[in-house]
Unconditional design. Structure first.
Length: 331
């Protein structure tokens, strides 16, 4: 062996006096058993030579790696980062690590090759499981992902795929009911891409209680909410109450109202959905539908690595309406 070169698997096999196949099985955790005495010799040789196990080789030997792949819509969005925190915590309890990839629906629509490239990369990694928290337009939109190992989806209830479902429609309907109870009757909905199932469910739930609400579509982000609200105000509209389909968009709405010289909660009421952690620093405090985001991540991890045949571990997660200062009582 070249003293300056990193030791190879062949070096370990030669040092231990075993075949290359035996050394590979002993080090990479193959399902094929290796005699205890041979495994001990191989491990001792690897330690003596300073050999490091190749994680990809382990994945090939085992059929899967010790990682869980998490795909989110926007890494910077606190909704997704909170879910990711729960996935990571759950993975740690199972001795697994998590890889994180962003896949925005809008980007996929502009470049269909992006999704195909991601799926190919995930297959090459051979993760123990794949958790997707990025929205798709329809159930059919999940078909490309459905062939991945132990796929679990967060958000919609997708037929034939393990899912941690969120009762988006029920939560939005409960919010609209609460806002009506405060005396509001003139609503505008600031929405993200209405083709996404999560968005359409939240809009549908709100409209079931407050039909006739105006719908304004914007980018699924803080800036998207700000731009949509700024354009609405510039056009002379003055809604009584604005429901943004996510808290992040609602933060943008609040900013646009302030930029127009108006006071959120007094001149225009604002409500969101999710109860992301950064809301604690927002003034006025935002009325929203609170979801246990980290718990959702933990549930998704538990479902992804479980051996149960059920496609769900529990009923859909129902959010809790939290009325705060951004929607004061009017009647």
């Amino acid at each position: 062996m070249n003293q300056n070169a990193a030791p190879t698997l062949s070096d370990v096999a030669a040092h231990a006096g075993v075949s290359l196949a035996t050394a590979s099985r002993a080090l990479n955790g193959s399902t094929r058993q290796v005699r205890p005495d041979l495994k001990t010799r191989v491990l001792a040789s690897a330690a003596a030579l300073g050999y490091s196990v190749n994680s990809q080789a382990q994945a090939v030997a085992k059929g899967t790696s010790s990682t869980v792949a998490l795909v989110v819509g926007d890494i910077a969005d606190p909704y997704f980062s909170s879910i990711a925190a729960g996935v990571v915590r759950g993975a740690r309890e199972h001795g697994l690590s998590v890889t994180l990839t962003g896949l925005e629906a809008s980007a996929v629509q502009e470049d269909s090759g992006q999704e195909a490239a991601l799926i190919a990369a995930l297959r090459a990694q051979r993760p123990r499981a794949v958790i997707v928290a990025a929205g798709r337009e329809t159930d059919a939109g999940w078909e490309a992902f459905s062939h991945l190992n132990a796929l679990t989806v967060i958000g919609p209830d997708v037929p034939g795929i393990r899912s941690v479902a969120v009762a988006n429609r029920d939560g939005a309907a409960a919010l609209a009911t609460g806002l009506r109870g405060l005396g509001y009757s003139d609503f505008t909905i600031v929405a993200g891409d209405v083709r996404l199932s999560t968005v359409s469910e939240r809009i549908g739930g709100f409209l079931s209680v407050a039909p006739g609400s105006r719908i304004v579509e914007g980018a699924f982000s803080r800036d998207g909410g700000h731009r949509a609200m700024a354009e609405l105000l510039a056009a002379g509209a003055r809604p009584e109450c604005v429901f943004a389909v996510t808290d992040v968009m609602a933060i943008g709405v609040v900013g646009a109202i302030k930029d127009a010289g108006l006071t959120p909660g007094e001149d225009i009421a604002v409500a969101g959905f999710d109860d992301v952690p950064i809301l604690r620093d927002l003034t006025p405090r935002l009325t929203t539908v609170a979801l246990p985001l980290e718990e959702i991540g933990e549930r998704a991890l538990a479902l992804a690595v479980s051996d149960v045949s059920d496609l769900r571990l529990s009923e859909p997660i129902v959010g809790e309406v939290r009325i705060r200062e951004s929607t004061p009582r009017t009647a």
